[in-house]
Design a protein around this ligand. Sequence first.
Ligand SMILES: [Fe+2]
Ligand SMILES: [Fe+2]
Length: 172
Amino acid sequence: MSNFTFLRLPRAMRQAYPCAYHPEQITDKEYLALVDPLLAEPGIQKMNDFIQHSDITLLMHVRAVSYMTYTFCKTLGWDGEAAARAGILHDYVTYDWHVPDPSHRFHGFRHPGFAVKNSREITELSALEENMIQRHMWPLTVVPPKYKEAWALTLVDKVLATGETLRKYQHQ
Ligand SMILES: [Fe+2]
Ligand SMILES: [Fe+2]
């Protein structure tokens, strides 16, 4: 990576964003080949049954995080494969966190661990992918990410989650 590669980031992210919540418009074959096998899993599809923020389902959220983290990492010459896959898997739970239930009390703290466990049932995780999923809620969960791609995921997740949460005020 040259010293100035990061200057390409704002433009790349701006260009990718219109597809973030319209993944049917994504044409990048390399990206689609990485996420399609995961999206074919019934458990992953089930995430479409739950709202994450405002009117955005959990599946819409993870697809947006996946594509934007992939774009971020690819632009910097980092690991795009791990970014695409961990993006889809980072919130992989099959319950509605808005519905109180002892099995997922303290959702904010515990769901990264649930997501790692659920992900292992459908795919093998690299050490990098596992760290990206396990540490994405930093600083709520105290141990920080260990890899640069994991920092990218936690940043993209926070920015997109904030935008999703604010949507409900835009429609009022
Ligand atoms: Fe999360
Ligand atoms: Fe998330």
